[in-house]
Design a protein around this ligand. Structure first.
Ligand code: IPE
Ligand code: IPE
Ligand code: MG
Length: 264
């Protein structure tokens, strides 16, 4: 029934054009979906447009996918928007990217409120420009009491930087006598990373054909299901999200153990 249960989706067109996207089951919707939104530049290049036009289109797509995730009953949607390595890009591109939260959140905030969506972020806020910080702070503050979907932006986020910061806090607590080295376990580490209050991602999606995680959620992805597609982020629509979810629903998550008939 599923052509690509484990492999990479190589189709560039709408997946499941036979309408089988209805295969998404109401139950077993992934609680937490994380997306590496890649391919804005290539989307623009294909159309002989500047890279930033791809980023603008990508931002518009964040709305579409947020609405769809919300309607499907996803609880947490983490979107990788800017990595700690993306500072290496040309200054003009970085500046454009830093303006996007302001643009996106100002116009989308009323709908986020209407939909009971809570905005959060992971990453290092302090080194973002003031206007980026204030847009994020305003959205987080205004939506803080919302109880629906958590829309979690990974902004100036890097998995290794996160682990370093977690280790620093942990060592502080050891020095202060709040924790001993012998007590330390995996649950402790989970409490020191930036997603301490969130469940780990069930499903990771990366768009645009690269099959790597580019320093994303290194601790949290230990047992996440991965789904890669060649579709560039601005073209990743509701049908693509549903395809990823339907594939996820047919995976067998064993966590190192055995399931069902395998135990006989
Ligand atoms: C993703 O698109 C957006 C960010 C990383 C900020 P890219 O800008 O990486 O697009 P490609 O990979 O160059 O096509
Ligand atoms: C990952 O994409 C980061 C984001 C989507 C924000 P990149 O385009 O930066 O990743 P690499 O450089 O191809 O690994
Ligand atoms: Mg890229």
């Amino acid at each position: 029934m599923f052509k690509k249960l484990f492999g990479k989706n190589t189709s560039k067109e709408q997946p499941f054009s036979d309408g089988s996207m209805d295969l998404v089951k109401g139950e077993d919707i992934p609680t937490h979906i994380a997306i590496i939104m890649d391919g804005n530049g290539r989307w623009a290049k294909k159309r002989s447009m500047p890279r930033v036009a791809g980023h603008h289109e990508g931002m518009k797509n964040v709305r579409k996918i947020t609405r769809c995730a919300c309607d499907l009953g996803v609880k947490v949607l983490t979107l990788y928007a800017f990595s700690t390595e993306n500072w290496k890009r040309p200054k003009s591109e970085v500046e454009f990217l830093m303006r996007l939260p302001e643009q996106f959140l100002t116009s989308f905030l009323p709908e986020l409120m209407e939909r009971n969506i809570k905005v959060e972020m992971i990453g290092v806020m302090d080194s973002l420009p003031e206007y980026t910080q204030s847009a994020l702070r305003k959205a987080m503050d205004e939506t803080k009491d919302n109880t629906g979907l958590v829309l979690n932006f990974a902004m100036n986020y890097g998995g290794r930087a996160e682990i370093v910061m977690a280790m620093q806090q942990l060592m502080n607590d050891v020095e202060a006598g709040r924790l001993t080295i012998d007590e330390l376990n995996e649950q402790h580490i989970s409490q020191y990373v930036m997603t301490a209050h969130l469940p780990e991602p069930d499903l990771l999606i990366r768009t645009s054909g690269e099959v790597r995680i580019s320093n994303f959620m290194l601790w949290q992805l230990a047992y996440t299901e991965f789904w890669f597609t060649d579709t560039h982020w601005p073209d990743f629509d509701e049908a693509c999200l549903k395809e990823a979810i339907s594939v996820y629903q047919n995976r067998n998550r064993r966590y190192g153990g055995l399931k069902g008939e395998e135990t006989n």
